[in-house]
Design a protein around this ligand. Structure first.
Ligand code: GLU
Length: 395
């Protein structure tokens, strides 16, 4: 493998580390899915819901809608509410018992949301889904159409897994992943996962008081996965593990996701203000994300001047070959960001250069086939690959 290709991920990571990613501006989101965990709606050991808190969340939902966003809810709590009503003991339930609890609790849960939303003049629509509804195409299209229709009518879909009929082999079992699937299915641009943790920490916060909350995750790397603990850790269902799985589903579906501690009043307003949380950013696609990053976030280390033939080739979506380079300015390393400039002094865009400045100077104007002869070692055919380039609009 040529050296740059081998080093590319490393170089890219180094470049990524150089910028501090920001939390997105909340006001840009147009279709928001809010996931509420059982522990928020029903206090541990209690059988009645936290209605005062829910009113504050619904107040935030109403605000968001007045600002022009559509909102849908994925709410857990059916089993938690139902087990209280049925007087079932604490601890894990047998499948039949959790199905019975869900049957009882879902009525209460739907009523709770419908009444609380109605206080703000908002209509709720209950949507109960099974795994098959989101994974089989015909059912998926059907569920998506219903959700779209509810939103178009100004209602708030309130979604849960249909626990009463979902059996162990074919159920989500956790609403984090369900919410991610539903958000992607409904074309949401943001999923807010409210739970009783502030987000993802760089080490387990209950073991390490110095654990730091990670504000933004741009890429789900193995290092990030490791922070959530293995599948066999105490964070099993509904824990950080499933939240990361949810993040993977969400970002792959083009949905940004944010995890925040929802226990306090007005939790949505708190996230919107930039409060403690972990954001997982969804690139529209990896190349587009890379280009956006190259175009917007790096401090260029030099300038590569190109001739008119190369400028035309770039505009046509081609890579920059050494043959089209007139001269280079600056002291850059391989993988650094440089400005592309044409003969008239116009900046055409930016790119990550495949050669360091010394080598780049030696191969200006050299045909790709002659690079090896000039440098005494094989090198990449392109000075800047098209995927590593972000051209200015109109360039
Ligand atoms: N669907 C379950 C319920 O409503 C909750 C699953 C979960 O806690 O993630 O009780």
């Amino acid at each position: 493998m040529p050296p740059l290709e081998r080093d590319a991920p490393k170089l890219y990571r180094r470049a990524m580390d150089a910028v501090t990613p920001r939390k997105p501006d909340f006001s840009r989101f147009r279709r928001v899915t809010v996931k509420v965990g059982s522990s928020l709606l029903v206090a541990r050991g209690a059988s009645t819901p936290r209605t005062g808190w829910l009113k504050t969340l619904v107040g935030d939902v109403a605000e968001l809608r007045s600002a022009g966003a559509e909102v849908m809810v994925v709410s857990s709590g059916a089993i938690a509410l139902g087990r209280g009503v049925l007087g079932l003991p604490p601890g894990a339930l047998k499948l039949e018992d959790s199905q019975a609890a869900a049957a009882v609790g879902q009525i209460a849960l739907a009523r709770l949301w419908a009444e609380t939303l109605a206080e703000r003049g908002i209509v709720a629509g209950q949507v109960l889904l099974t795994l098959r509804d989101t994974e089989e195409r015909r059912r998926y299209l059907n569920a998506r159409a219903t959700m779209g229709r509810l939103l178009a009518m100004g209602a708030v879909p309130v979604v849960n897994e249909n626990d009463t009929v979902a059996t162990s082999e074919i159920r989500y079992g956790d609403n984090d992943r369900l919410a991610a699937r539903v958000a992607a299915m409904a074309g949401a641009d943001l999923l807010v996962l409210f739970s009783d943790v502030a987000g993802l920490y760089d080490s387990p916060p209950h073991e390490n008081p110095a654990a730091r909350l990670i504000p933004v995750v741009e890429r789900l790397s193995p290092e990030i996965e490791a922070m959530a603990g293995g599948p066999a850790s105490e964070f099993a269902r509904g824990g950080m593990r499933t939240k990361l799985e949810a993040a993977r589903i969400a970002v792959a579906g083009g949905v940004h996701m944010v995890i925040a501690d929802g226990r306090g009043d007005h939790p949505l307003a708190s996230v919107a203000r930039g409060g403690d949380s972990t954001w997982f950013l969804a690139p529209s696609n990896p190349v587009a994300a890379r280009k956006a990053f190259i175009g917007g976030s790096l401090e260029p280390k030099g300038v590569v001047h190109v001739d008119s033939g190369a400028a035309r080739a770039l505009a046509a979506g081609k890579s920059l070959l050494p043959a089209g380079v007139v001269r280079v300015e600056g002291e850059f390393q391989r993988g650094d960001c440089v400005v592309l400039r044409d003969g008239a002094g116009r900046d055409l865009g930016r790119g990550l250069v495949a050669y360091d400045a010394a080598k780049a100077r030696r191969i200006c104007g050299v045909k790709s086939a002659d690079i090896e002869a000039v440098l005494g070692a094989p090198g990449r055919a392109e000075m800047i690959h098209r995927d590593d380039m972000a051209l200015a609009a109109g360039a």
